[in-house]
Unconditional design. Sequence first.
Length: 349
Amino acid sequence: MVNSTSFPGNPSLNTDNPTSPHSSQATLLRVENLKMHFPILRGLVFQRQVGSVKAVDGVSFAVRRGETLGLVGESGCGKSTTGRAILQLYRPTAGHVYFEGTDLTQLQGEELRRMRRRMQMVFQDPYASLNPRQTVGAIVGEPMTVFNVAKGKAQQERVKELLDVVGLSPSFINRYPHEFSGGQRQRIVIARALALNPDFIVCDEPISALDVSIQAQVVNLLEALQEQFGLTYLFIAHDLSVVRHISDRVAVMYLGKVVELADRDEIYQNPLHPYTQALLSAVPIPDPEVEARRQRIVLKGDVPSPVNPPQGCNFHTRCPLATDVCRHGLPPMLRDVGDGHFVACHLVS
């Protein structure tokens, strides 16, 4: 269990508060002020840093054990980078990632390697995340070999069991990735992620590369596996309809920052940040009468560059409600406006 700590300068972000996004109550993962800045270098021989791409710029949230936290936003807002930095595939520029109280950013070598057994990732592209030269048996069994969990016949039996769990025939064990469809490949990726019985899985847009007819099957599989094995998900996506279906809570990102965080139903029924309102206004509604009556919020302009984000609120250049304070002052950190609904906006009291 994470020790209760307060956040300097922001009493509302206190882990003693069970409604806080950093609450230690049943928390599996806690992210504090996570930053991932990629350096921009110039010079052919003597390279020097002339700037940085601020892909993730001060993200904080917590994921409770057994829940699914949806992370949504436009392409390029830093969602996938956040997931990779949490798992230490990218070493963060700053901030902390606590997994059951252990700060992953402080671990090196064998200590970090041991923690990796409990955290896995399902990547976006099932065509690129599988080695075409390995059989399914070798792909799914590789984590067991790396961590010396099972070998030989025991490993083969475990692989067959995992294939059956994800809805594939155990007889596929000697086949190669090119013999499978996109949906089947993603099931193989999920089987590999389950090989070491992890507690936490980052699902990085796991259905965006699949046909629409297959997406529902993969989402239903992830939900069934969560219930069966007690998994905790960070589900990264840009399809808000899918996120509403699978998530317990939803965090909205814009240009490297989380701007709103709330329970699923609360954020869809009562979005408070102007960016969240614009995103949800673009989600189709199956009722044609309601769809005809509602008003779309069309954002003007492009997303600013993460190399040189705007002064003040990152969203003010596209926000239809922006005022002078938005243009010149940084918005407050995520603050609770009631019932665990957190917003970072000057206009929300």
